[in-house]
Design a protein around this ligand. Structure first.
Ligand code: SOE
Length: 391
């Protein structure tokens, strides 16, 4: 048994459950230099956090995250709470000498994200990672590898969509994800941030400016009597509460290498429960990913003879593929949750090696700047908005 890495996690809803399964499983499938120990789960309501800790596998609970981040049995703090609490918890954890994993988007504002990145920079001995989990899908890692190897040449186009439908029903309940104070933004930060990160990660380039549209289709929603999943239960006489974020975002972007990018993020695409599509066209080929077929990556190699060239689907479950060989035999599919395990694997290896696995807080800040540029452009009739780099 390797030495332990004590983990304290704050938040235990959807993301908390996804992270917990990763902490439970990572060392059982991958050789890790440190063994995660699920020391303590943080939540405000004692009964509820105790029940969640029992269900998810945490040894102890704290009802105040301030106590959690200074505990001696905690080496790493995992933050899965709404965005308005990220900065405070992450900075306190770093100041207490703890490594941090923070859910995306890194924060609700550029200023908060900047403070978090500054705290991480002030503690280079600590790992501070942003939870852009979809990067950890084998097909996405393979796409990055192929772009890096020059297999599609110079990037000309990126087409990126994150489509959901859990708010398409006008009677879908009011939840924290539709509240600007808690979530920072709507579809833009919640799911758009993922595709911004994917586009930048796969191409190895950054967005330098955007022209954007944001829309809120449903301006009030019923307050639920109980919560479950992404929603909850409403009754015909549930009081209404204002929606203060965007329901959908669409924007054009310019990549640092000169390529063009088109993004769409929405929770109003009926039938698209949770779909990510990413296509990259380069000077000598194309790549296409679809989360609904996440064990495959489409590759078109334009250097092949035109008579036989065509998109081919690479099954990404071979032992030589990213994260391959540790799960099931080839062809035995992976799912959404495996990416969270891969995230823990890379994080734990980074902690042990004293490295800073990406996406770092600096990477999270860069995405935050893109989100900010989208909001500025949308508020200014879609006028071009540069992604403002640090002074
Ligand atoms: C809700 O839209 C959500 O849970 C996002 O917050 C996650 O980041 C995404 O992975 C799934 O959908």
């Amino acid at each position: 048994m390797t030495a332990a890495l004590g983990v304290g996690m704050v938040g235990y809803a959807f993301m908390g459950a996804a992270h917990s399964q990763a902490w439970r499983n990572a060392h059982r499938f991958f050789d890790l230099p440190l063994t995660p120990r699920m020391a303590v789960l943080g939540g405000r309501t004692e009964d509820a956090v105790r029940a969640a800790a029992g269900r998810l596998g945490w040894a102890d609970v704290e009802t105040d995250w301030r106590r959690l981040v200074v505990r001696d049995d905690v080496d790493l703090v995992d933050i899965g709470t709404p965005g308005d609490t990220h900065a405070e918890i992450a900075i306190a954890a770093l100041e207490a000498g703890k490594h941090v994993l923070c859910e995306k988007p890194l924060a609700n504002t550029v200023a908060e994200a900047q403070a978090m990145a500054a705290a991480a920079a002030a503690h280079p001995e600590l790992v501070a990672m942003t939870g852009f989990t979809y990067r950890r899908m084998p097909a996405i890692q393979l796409a990055r590898r192929l772009v890096e190897q020059g297999r599609i040449g110079t990037v000309r186009h990126v087409r990126a969509q994150y489509l959901q439908d859990w708010l398409a029903d006008e009677r879908a309940p009011w939840v924290w994800r539709v509240d600007r104070e808690q979530a920072g933004s709507g579809a833009l930060g919640d799911v758009g941030a993922h595709v911004v990160d994917l586009a930048q990660f796969v191409t190895g380039e950054s967005l330098t400016g955007v022209s954007a549209m944001l829309e809120t289709f449903v301006r009030e929603r019923p307050v639920p009597t109980s919560l479950h999943g992404l929603g909850g239960t409403v009754t015909p006489d549930s009081p209404l509460r204002p929606v203060t974020v965007d329901d959908a975002a669409a924007f054009l972007g310019r990549l640092s290498g000169g390529g063009m990018a088109v993004f769409e993020a929405t929770r109003f695409a009926w039938g698209r429960r949770n779909q990510i599509r990413l296509e990259v066209n380069g000077s000598s080929g194309s790549l296409a990913f679809d989360l609904e077929d996440m064990n495959g990556l489409l590759f078109f190699d334009a250097t092949e003879p035109a008579e036989t060239a065509g998109f081919r689907r690479i099954d990404v479950t071979q032992p030589g593929h990213p994260y391959g060989g540790s799960w099931w035999p080839p062809g035995h599919a992976l799912g959404y949750e495996h990416a969270f395990t891969h995230q823990v694997v890379d994080l734990v290896r980074g902690v042990a090696a004293h490295e800073h696995p990406a996406p770092t807080f600096a990477d999270g800040l860069q995405v935050q700047r893109v989100l900010d540029a989208v909001e500025r452009s949308a508020a200014d009739d879609s006028r071009w908005a540069p992604v403002v780099a640090p002074a």
